[in-house]
Design a protein around this ligand. Structure first.
Ligand code: ABU
Length: 875
């Protein structure tokens, strides 16, 4: 019995000492849920490395006696394929299947956006090891969301810092149409604007990046930030290759969390039309930015491991899972974040347990409706800080991880670290390991060299020389006209008008010099002044030169078209008033133009051109200066319209007076020819210059030659004949009068002669009328005489019939008897001439005196008819 009692006691002791403590040491489970993107093809399949890393952390946490004493952390997880729908399904599955999960772990932004927004309904804290979307920093939308993965916005200050380092101020963005990238680009745009960096274009695509990449090329993008998941990145890279957007002229910024050989994997599965080699070629030289996910200092972390130790363990774990012969699994970069996420959960739970223990409560009381414990869990997570394998883990008020970023470059198909950047301290650690093709930092744009199109110097000098010769010649002609002002030839050519023409010609020729004064000679500030001078000089020059010729031709027309009743005198002052009026109109228009809407320098920009020496990345941007005011068309229309009317009217007057030669204006026909010449040239030049205004040399040459031609021809037509005449007759008497215009006496004499001429014409007309009347009378007389002769003949016939004798020959012989003076030798004039008729009457010849000679003053009618009988013997 004693043995049995002792046995019983021993059993009790054993139970108390051995079994009970053992039973108490069996940890109670603390359950959390995990959602890992492992399978699938789109998005981020980072669960491949992150899930093993999380499991390593679970082991380490559960082995720590000081952490979650009496509890064991359990992770129930499933694959979301980085699809938000499936992620939501996994979450419901985890929540609606016991045991109750205290927290959720998640990865992949699209999934975390879904579960992070929904988790608050179950009072659950969500901690993400792999979501970068800046949208997740919205505390209103995701009130219980934390992440060990830094927000993608941490890349942006780094990108900008690198851009500033290389003086790139013009960048382009291409993004996949996912919220994670959209919100990253929005942040980048704001930061670029603040940094004075121009975003030349922002291209977005859903699945096919072909058009987006082409648009980048079209926009001449050189520095391009690309934001997309890795499978989309491969499609983009293939398009980059096809569009030749790689090499020494381009720099691409990609996201740095792709696996190292991302550009040559899955090419066949994803049906990419690029070979590995092509992809490698296109990827060469690109930069990546990434938050630092591996602790860069070789220090012991909370788990007692350094980052290096962790890498070894992780590599082993991945080998154990069959990744040995494969390339680095997706999520390898983020694996420390997943490891540290589990530690964060454990620390937060631990802290919550302590807080709850202080009020005699247990974390096991947590339900999805227990807001109080949820609040404690949130607070504990918010306060969590430790040194993890990913670096110092701490959460901002937005739940974001604060981290260093690193910059890498792909050199010979491998990533090389270029430096680190810490945004809070603006600390850029740079290793100067970057390599650029051609050892030249790529430019952010094609260098556009502005090239002002100016008039060729040779052409300018030629035209200026000719116009100077013309101006000197005009001045010589002024002197010549003055020197010979007393000569009649000059006086009768209205020399004052000729002088005005010469002054106008000098101004017009001077305007050629101003027309050629462009940007090669004057500054931008001086250019408007040159514009104004051009307008004044050419307008007034034309008005003086043409106006004076116009007034002369107008005077000629007046003199030849007025009736005799009107006063045909045109006072010289009227001509001056006419030219003066034209000038006044010009001055008014030009002054108003200048005051209201002054001529300004306007640059016409032409399409970019390749330089002749074909230097790469340099384009020539031709520019041409124009003088223009805001309402240029109105002002030009006003001046051209008014001048055009003058030209047309001048042409009409010149045509009307083409054959008139006046003593008062002896060169009117030459002036008329000169006007033809000016009109024709002006009518051709004005429209042609408008058409060729974009070709500075052609335009300048055309206008200059037109002006030169007009001026020289006018001078030649109007002045050369005068010079020739004066040279030929140097000794001609000169008029004493100093007045170059015809004298008053001459004018009066002229008018008197005109009057006499008209009087004579009137007398001639009267005489001619008289002659006509006399002719009529003569005709009537002739008719009467004929009639009388007929009557006489009838009477003779009647008489003959009365004296009729049978056998009488009625044939009559006429003869003329002339009595001449004795001295007939001297005086041939007969004294008397008598016509007689010999005829047969009554059988014998008879004589009859018919009429005396008219010259004798006898009257035919008054002469008696006497008949003689002549015996035959006598005859
Ligand atoms: N570093 C991986 C991020 C993945 C994501 O934001 O979806």
């Amino acid at each position: 019995m004693e043995v049995s009692a002792w046995t019983r006691v021993a059993w009790v002791v054993m139970v108390v000492v051995v079994v009970i403590p053992r039973a108490e040491a069996t940890p109670r489970p603390l359950n959390i849920g995990g959602i890992f993107p492992i399978g699938g093809s789109d998005g981020w399949q980072g669960g491949q490395a992150c899930q093993p890393a999380a499991m390593l952390a679970m082991e380490d946490v559960n082995q720590r006696p000081d952490l979650l004493p009496g509890y064991e952390l359990n992770l129930a997880w499933n694959d979301s394929l980085c699809e938000p729908g499936l992620g939501a399904a996994v979450m419901y599955d985890l929540l609606y299947n016991p045991p109750t999960k205290l927290m959720l772990l998640g990865g992949c932004s699209t999934v975390c956006t879904t579960i992070g927004e929904a988790a608050k309904m179950w009072n659950l804290v969500v901690l993400s090891y792999g979501s970068s979307s800046p949208a997740l920093s919205d505390r209103q939308r995701f009130p219980t969301f934390f992440r060990t993965h830094p927000s993608a916005t941490v890349h942006n200050p780094t990108r900008i810092r690198v851009m500033q380092k290389y003086n790139w101020s013009r960048v382009a963005i291409i993004q996949q149409a996912e919220e994670v990238f959209i919100s990253t680009v929005e942040d980048l745009e704001v930061r670029c604007k603040d940094a004075g960096i121009e975003i030349v274009t922002r291209q977005s695509f859903l699945t096919d990046p072909t058009d987006a990449v082409r648009n980048l090329k079209r926009q001449d993008a050189r520095i391009i930030v690309g934001l997309f998941y890795v499978s989309a990145a491969r499609r983009v890279l293939c398009e980059i290759y096809k569009n030749k957007l790689y090499g020494k002229s381009y720099v691409w910024f990609f996201i740095g969390w792709y696996e190292d050989n991302w550009f040559e994997n899955h090419l066949v599965e994803e049906n990419l039309n690029c070979t590995r080699e092509e992809m490698k070629q296109a990827a060469e030289g690109h930069l990546t930015t990434e938050a630092l996910m591996w602790n860069k200092d070789n220090e012991k972390t909370i788990s007692g491991m350094t980052a290096g130790d962790f890498r070894l363990r992780l590599n082993q774990a991945l080998i154990d899972r069959g990744y040995e012969n494969q390339s680095t699994p997706v999520g390898y970069q983020e694996a420390p974040l997943a490891y540290d996420a589990i530690w964060s959960v454990a620390l937060a739970l631990n802290k919550t347990m302590e807080v709850l223990a202080a009020v005699n409560r247990s974390i096991e009381e947590f339900t999805y409706t227990n807001e109080e414990i949820a609040r404690e869990l949130y607070k504990a997570m918010n306060a969590t800080q430790f040194l993890g394998v990913s670096g110092r883990v701490a959460f901002s008020t937005d739940g974001d991880r604060i981290a260093w970023t690193q910059v890498e470059q792909m050199i010979d198909g491998r990533y090389h670290k270029l430096g680190y950047y810490h945004v809070q301290t603006d600390n850029l650690t740079w290793f100067n390991r970057e390599q650029w093709i051609g050892s030249k930092v790529p430019q952010d744009r094609t260098i556009v060299r502005r090239q002002l199109r100016t008039v060729s110097l040779a052409l300018f000098i030629s035209m200026c020389t000719i116009s100077t010769i013309g101006a000197v010649w005009a001045l010589f002609l002024l002197g010549f006209t003055f020197a010979h002002r007393h000569r009649r030839l000059i006086q009768l050519s209205h020399p004052a008008c000729n002088n005005i023409t010469l002054v106008g010609i000098v101004l017009c020729l001077g305007s050629i010099f101003l027309l050629g004064l462009d940007g090669q000679f004057v500054s931008q500030q001086q250019f408007p002044t040159v514009c104004g001078l051009r307008a004044w000089c050419l307008t007034l020059g034309f008005t003086l030169a043409y106006g004076a010729m116009f007034s002369k031709i107008w005077r000629v027309h007046r003199l030849t078209t007025k009736t005799k009743m009107e006063n045909k005198r045109v006072e010289p002052w009227k001509l001056y008033v006419m030219v003066g009026s034209f000038v006044v109109v010009d001055v008014i228009v030009l002054s108003v133009w200048q005051a209201v809407d002054p001529l300004q320098r306007r640059l016409e920009v032409f399409p970019l051109e390749k330089p002749k020496d074909a230097v790469e990345d340099i384009k020539i941007k031709p520019e041409l200066e124009h003088c223009e005011s805001k309402h240029n068309t109105i002002w030009l229309g006003l001046l051209y319209g008014y001048k055009g009317l003058l030209l047309i009217f001048g042409l009409f007057l010149a045509y009307e007076t083409r054959s008139i030669k006046l003593k008062q204006i002896n060169d009117s026909r030459l002036v008329g020819m000169s006007i033809y010449n000016v009109v024709v040239l002006c009518l051709i030049t004005a429209p042609v210059t408008l058409v060729i205004s974009t070709q500075q040399d052609a335009s300048f040459a055309f206008v200059s030659l037109a002006i030169i031609f007009c001026c020289f021809l006018s001078m030649a037509l109007v002045f050369v004949p005068k010079i020739v005449e004066i040279v030929r007759h140097p000794g001609e008497r000169v008029e004493a009068t100093g007045d170059t215009a015809p004298s008053k006496e001459e004018e009066e004499r002229y008018h008197k002669l005109l009057h006499e001429n008209e009087e004579m014409q009137r007398l001639i007309a009267e005489k001619e009328e008289k002659i006509r009347l006399l002719k009529l009378k003569l005709q009537e007389r002739t008719v009467l005489r004929n009639r009388e002769q007929q009557q006489q003949q009838q009477q003779q016939q009647q008489l003959a019939s009365e004296n009729h004798v049978a056998g009488v020959d009625y044939s009559t012989h006429h003869m003329r008897l002339r009595q001449v003076s004795k001295d007939s030798q001297k005086d041939t004039q007969p004294l008397l001439t008598t016509d007689i008729e010999l005829y047969y009457g009554c059988g014998r010849p008879a004589v009859r005196i018919v009429t005396p000679d008219a010259s004798s003053g006898g009257d035919h009618a008054s002469v008696p008819r006497i008949s003689f009988d002549i015996s035959e013997s006598y005859l």
